[in-house]
Design a protein around this ligand. Structure first.
Ligand SMILES: *[C@@H]1O[C@H](CO)[C@@H](O)[C@H](O)[C@H]1NC(C)=O
Length: 192
């Protein structure tokens, strides 16, 4: 009986600590790296992200696949347009946006997979406490597994698998709140 009381109490403690979906920031800039097994590349880029007006700009900086062009891509979901500027040839391709906007947020019905330290929790300043989340979304249809910082709900990592594109892994670094230059969401001159 004593054991049962103890177990019930232990369950209550664990349940009480279950993280609730957090609210991620809606305007930020960061560095990112992305691995896309289908395209077989790993790249680093700068991202400016505006979830309020549903626009994203990604400027590629480094990739390990040689002979590949670098792109500066602007996604304006409100007008359904994608501007893909080739940084080598200086040519711009404007097209209809291929995929619906998917925010880097924790969906309200996400399943919690607990908390972990990136790095280590053993030394002060050498680790970041993150929360892990997973589930499914319908627009665009796919399964995700994502991590966010425990304080601030800043996106850290995102894995997203769709039928069409396979699984794409993205990691964010040096996230800074806000957009330093609002012109970043104006298409490059070459695209007009
Ligand atoms: C959450 O909601 C989406 C629809 O928005 C649904 O497709 C999914 O099955 C739900 N459950 C989980 C655990 O993601």
């Amino acid at each position: 009986m004593k054991l049962l009381v103890f177990l019930v109490a232990a369950c209550a403690v664990v349940y009480g600590q279950e993280p609730q979906p957090c609210i991620a920031p809606k305007l930020w800039e960061a560095r990112m790296s992305r691995i896309d097994p289908a395209k077989r590349f790993y790249e680093r880029a700068r991202i400016s992200y505006d979830a309020i007006n549903r626009r994203v700009r990604i400027i590629e900086e480094v990739n390990i696949k040689e002979q590949r062009d670098f792109f500066d891509v602007l996604f304006l979901h409100e007008v359904g347009k994608e501007y893909k500027f080739n940084l080598r040839t200086k040519e711009c391709a404007v097209s209809a946006i291929a995929e619906p906007f998917r925010p880097f947020e924790v969906p309200p019905n996400a399943t919690s997979f607990g908390e972990s330290y990136i790095g280590t929790g053993a030394f002060p300043g050498e680790g970041v406490l993150i929360t892990l989340w997973g589930g499914e979304v319908e627009q665009p249809a796919g399964r995700y597994m994502a991590t966010f910082t425990n304080s601030g709900c800043v996106p850290v990592e995102d894995g997203f698998c769709t039928e069409r594109f396979g699984c794409v892994h993205t990691a964010f670094y040096d996230v800074v709140a806000g957009i330093s230059d609002p012109n970043v969401f104006i298409p490059p001159r070459e695209c007009e």
